[in-house]
Design a protein around this ligand. Structure first.
Ligand SMILES: *Cc1c(COP(=O)(O)O)cnc(C)c1O
Length: 394
């Protein structure tokens, strides 16, 4: 069902990740034989006509470093087209604002990134009169019940932030197709290494490249990948001409560099996450662990079927008061408290203490327990990570 299950396919993914993009116009091909493509910082390009005509004229419109990254991202995701944006939210908002008209209709899973929720509820519904249905997408029937033939877009985040819930991409893609509706998946938590929504029938995949794709917590970016040429044209036009929210050449370079180690990093993120999740599950001050790799996760079977690995995000419910929870966070020395995820270093976040946005969500959003803790398991020694948690937990 998934693309990269066989050994030969997996090695192909790693080869694409490490290797150069295929185009002849790749910046690589400038006669210097650089092993690493140069960063094209130029905002404009000398104009010429006829045979000498340049592929690029102005870097908001197109830029060689960005074009090379977009091609590589499309290949990694198994898609035709990719657009690199200035942030994950730029990718998300451009997708929604380009595909959903004022007064339109969006059905979204109810456990999503807080920025996406604000975009839907405050901007799309508040300013553009878009009808938003937030549904528990763990049961695809809830999606089917909310969708109709006038629905403009189905949006799902899987695995989701911060409750690590999944939805069945293939079944929702069928619902979208039956209703003639587009289906977009925010696949940030899985990364292209562990999840391939286009293969399962989704029309659009969105990633915050800030997270696993860049992987080193030093760049903000986003990407949209699609096989649908019409969607690509609409989004590309909005990005280039109207919104101007593209990824800078230097950030394109950082993401391209991060991608080279994506397969190796993801394997280790997953291994460490499994060790940390099992440790947490065995601790008596942990009420519940949310990690799709654990048999105790209610959607473990779905995760095993539609993902080729469980990635590195673990959430858990602390069994104690908020005061005790704060003391636990302050007692950690290997984990850094902070927002974001997917970098080489382990980060820990308590939405109720640190991300007030998570707690001012619309009442249709899934409820987040007050003592929920979200962990982005990094690449440190797994024993050190468990020891840090053991020492800090009461
Ligand atoms: C971080 C994140 C975003 C937003 O990405 P930015 O790069 O911060 O704009 C969207 N979706 C998910 C799942 C995220 O984790």
């Amino acid at each position: 069902m998934t693309r990269y299950k066989s050994q030969s396919d997996r090695s192909r993914f790693a080869t694409i990740a490490v290797g150069e993009p295929e185009t002849e116009t790749h910046p690589h091909r400038d006669g210097t034989n650089d092993v690493i493509p140069p960063i094209h910082l130029s905002s404009t390009f000398e104009w010429a006509s006829g045979e000498d005509a340049n592929e690029h004229d102005y870097s908001r419109e197109s830029n060689p470093t960005r074009a090379a990254l977009e091609e590589q991202l499309a290949r990694l995701e198994g898609g035709e087209h990719a657009l690199a944006f200035a942030s994950g939210m730029a990718a998300t908002s451009t997708t929604m604002l380009s595909l959903v008209p004022p007064g339109g209709h969006v059905v979204s899973s109810d456990t999503i990134y807080s920025g996406t929720e604000k975009l839907l509820v405050e901007h799309m519904a508040g300013h553009l009169d878009v009808d938003i249905d937030l549904v528990d997408a763990r049961d695809p029937d809830n999606v089917a019940d909310a969708v109709n033939v006038d629905t403009d877009l189905i949006w799902a985040e899987t695995p989701s932030n911060p409750l690590i819930r999944l939805c069945d991409i293939q079944t929702i893609a069928d619902i979208a197709e039956d209703n003639g509706t587009l289906f977009a998946v925010d696949s940030t938590f899985g990364s292209p290494y562990y999840q391939a929504p286009l293969e399962l029938g989704a029309d659009i995949v969105v990633h915050s490249t800030t997270k696993y794709l860049n992987g080193h917590s030093d760049s903000i970016g986003g990407v949209v990948i699609t096989d649908d040429s019409e969607v690509f044209q609409k989004l590309g036009f909005a990005q280039r001409v109207g919104f101007g929210n593209m990824l800078s050449p230097f950030d394109c370079y950082l993401v391209a560099r991060g991608i080279k180690t994506l397969p190796a990093r993801m394997e280790q993120h997953e291994k460490n996450a499994m060790t940390v999740a099992r440790f947490l599950e065995s601790h008596d001050r942990v009420a519940r662990v949310y990690y799709p790799g654990l048999e105790s996760h209610p959607q473990h079977d779905l995760a095993s079927e539609q993902m080729s690995g469980y990635s590195g995000m673990v959430s858990f419910e602390f069994d104690g008061t908020l005061v005790e929870l704060e003391a636990f966070i302050e007692g950690l020395s290997v984990f850094t408290p902070g927002a974001s995820l997917g970098g080489v270093e382990s980060l820990i976040e308590v939405p109720s203490l640190m991300i007030p946005d998570e707690f001012s969500r619309s009442e249709d959003s899934a409820e987040i327990p007050e003592t929920l803790v979200r962990v982005s398991v990094g690449l440190e020694n797994a024993d050190d990570l468990c020891e840090d948690l053991r020492t800090a937990l009461p």
